[in-house]
Design a protein around this ligand. Structure first.
Ligand code: ATP
Ligand code: MG
Length: 354
């Protein structure tokens, strides 16, 4: 249900790279909705690698406080990730997900007729708080091996059940009387029987909490080992509906799925918890095209739509999605989709449709 607000306070965290180009695009589209949503009120919030290089911190306390107290929802752009270790720096997006308990990263991947010939219509539900992302790494040196690097991977019953419930809720919402939804649990429990075994069991265990979830006429539950998941996803993407995965597999799978539908620049996501939602395009800072005015704004615009949908503003969210699809079908496309339109031209076309 929608919040029934007079205004919608949206925290805007463009952060780095093309995040600064795609967030203003999303803002314009939200403004173009006019009275279809409560009047949006945007608050710029700082974070990112660039901010870190100037201020010595990547996620200022003011941003966290504003997210916790002053806004109803948020949009995040992208954050630069240095490939070498930088002392004192850690990713603000990972920290934000943790601090706000945004335990699910929900990534719908749809093909658009005329852009990709295949039929892809799946939702990747990625656990967002643990796995290798707890970033406990150590480096030691031994006589035998020289340097030895280790990483700890954390899988808990609590977080796995939590993401499991989210996946079952999403699957149930997609079930049709004539067509049950599919839910695929992705893991590697043939090798990692303790960690991935716990993930798999915990997701399966929540089925018993709701008679609809364990009703095979509504949701058909299956499993894939992550390597064969990638293979099958490329061979027959139409076979997948809702996919739930631990953090790292979910990350890799969704970039791969983005390739199936033509571009990373198309794929949106939300980071969701029980009380807060933050939209975020799946792509990163795209340093190779940042600042050129040619980044595809669709992923960010769709992330704004997903955020609205999650808040209960289903109809305006649908209208954004339809406007996006119309504009792409018309051929107003950025370079990543083989077109020649600029970011501005795509935004203006979607704005006009709305
Ligand atoms: P990061 O470390 O921030 O993830 P990256 O180099 O991995 O940076 P990505 O943003 O992940 O870059 O993008 C991977 C590739 O996809 C790049 O070549 C980039 O230009 C392209 N790409 C990503 N997003 C978009 C977009 N919105 N529009 C056009 N091209 C994009
Ligand atoms: Mg990347």
């Amino acid at each position: 249900a929608s919040l029934g607000l007079k205004k919608l306070r949206i925290g805007m965290i463009p952060a780095d790279g093309v995040g600064r180009e795609v967030l203003p695009a999303a803002q314009r589209i939200l403004e173009a909705l006019g009275s279809r949503i409560p009047k949006p009120e945007f608050t710029h919030l700082d974070a990112g690698f660039e901010y870190f290089t100037r201020h010595g911190e990547a996620l200022p306390q003011e941003t966290v406080a504003a997210m916790q107290n002053d806004v109803d929802c948020a949009l995040f752009g992208a954050v630069g990730s240095p490939t070498r270790k930088v002392t004192g720096y850690s990713s603000p997006i990972v920290a934000l997900r943790k601090k706000l308990n945004l335990y699910a990263n929900v990534r719908p991947v749809h093909s658009i007729n005329g852009i990709d010939p295949r039929h892809v219509d799946m939702i990747i539900v990625r656990e967002n708080t643990e796995c290798l992302y707890i970033k406990q790494e150590t480096l030691t040196t031994t006589e035998e091996n020289g340097k030895e690097a280790r990483a700890t991977r954390l899988i808990t019953e609590r977080a796995s059940k939590q993401i499991g419930r989210m996946a079952f809720r999403i699957a149930l919402a997609r079930a049709r009387p004539e067509q049950p939804a599919g839910l695929t649990i992705v893991h590697k429990s043939n090798v990692l029987s303790t960690t991935d075994g716990l993930f798999r069991e915990s997701v399966r265990a929540v089925m018993q909490e709701n008679p609809d979830w364990s009703d095979a006429s509504k949701i058909v539950v299956g499993e894939q080992i992550v390597d064969s998941m990638v293979y099958r996803m490329f061979r027959e993407p139409e076979a997948f509906d809702v996919v739930v995965a631990p953090n790292l597999y979910g990350d890799i799978l969704s970039d791969a799925a983005a390739a199936l539908v033509g571009s990373l620049g198309l794929v949106p996501s939300i980071n969701a918890g029980d009380t807060f939602v933050m939209g975020e395009p799946v792509h990163g800072t795209a340093p190779d095209i940042a600042g050129l005015g040619i980044v595809n704004p669709v992923a960010a615009i769709r992330s704004a739509a997903l955020m609205l949908d999650h808040l209960g503003y289903t109809e305006p969210a649908k209208q954004i999605e339809e406007a996006v699809v119309d504009v792409l079908k018309e051929g107003v496309r950025t370079k990543d989709l083989g077109g020649s339109a600029t970011t501005e031209e795509v935004v203006a076309a979607i704005e006009k449709r709305l």
